[in-house]
Design a protein around this ligand. Structure first.
Ligand SMILES: [Zn+2]
Length: 180
């Protein structure tokens, strides 16, 4: 895992379907049924296609297990700030004691949620999980993408991080490895 990976650029014809080797797209281990969904698109994002790449059980688990605490923390913090401000704008009809108590409970719930999410993230995101997930996110990029058009074959150029996957994929899809 530690060794630095060289990208492999694979160009192949694309008629809407691609054949997948039984190799993990992220780490190059043997893969079975598990899939990682990847959206390939052209530069302007005008055409997109969903491609399912094989992943090994360990990479798949790492991706599933990963807890991303950042969005929850940001959204909750914004909610918290707004709630604090609205505490100063009590509607006339509600008695101030009830309003204040409700406000404090609400703020406690938000704060508790943030703490809980972050503790969970800390417990579940081992170094291994973080590393595997990061590698999976970087495993595939598309440098050229053209959908099949009338009788013309489409073309797709992938940049793969894993050399073993790239080679097996190239062979199955009659592609070619491009020199950088
Ligand atoms: Zn893997």
């Amino acid at each position: 895992m530690a060794k630095k990976k060289e990208n492999t650029v694979v160009c192949c014809d694309f008629d809407g379907g691609l054949r997948m080797p039984k190799v993990c797209v992220s780490c190059g281990s043997d893969a079975d049924e598990k899939r990682h969904e990847f959206i390939a698109s052209n530069f302007l994002k005008t055409s997109k296609v969903k491609i399912n790449f094989p992943v090994c059980d360990i990479c798949y688990e790492a991706d599933q297990k990963y807890v991303n605490a950042i969005p929850a923390t940001i959204i909750s913090s914004i909610a918290f700030i707004f709630s604090v401000f609205s505490l100063f704008n009590r509607p006339e009809k509600i008695p101030s004691g009830i309003f204040l108590a409700g406000g404090i409970i609400w703020l406690t719930v938000i704060a508790g949620y943030v703490v809980w999410t972050n503790i969970r993230a800390h417990q579940q995101n081992s170094r291994e999980t973080i590393l595997r997930r990061a590698n999976l996110k970087k495993a595939i990029t598309v440098s050229k993408f053209a959908l099949p058009h009338r009788s013309a074959m489409g073309q797709i150029i992938f940049v793969f991080r894993d050399a073993r996957f790239a080679k097996a994929f190239k062979n199955l899809n009659k592609g070619q490895i491009l020199k950088k």
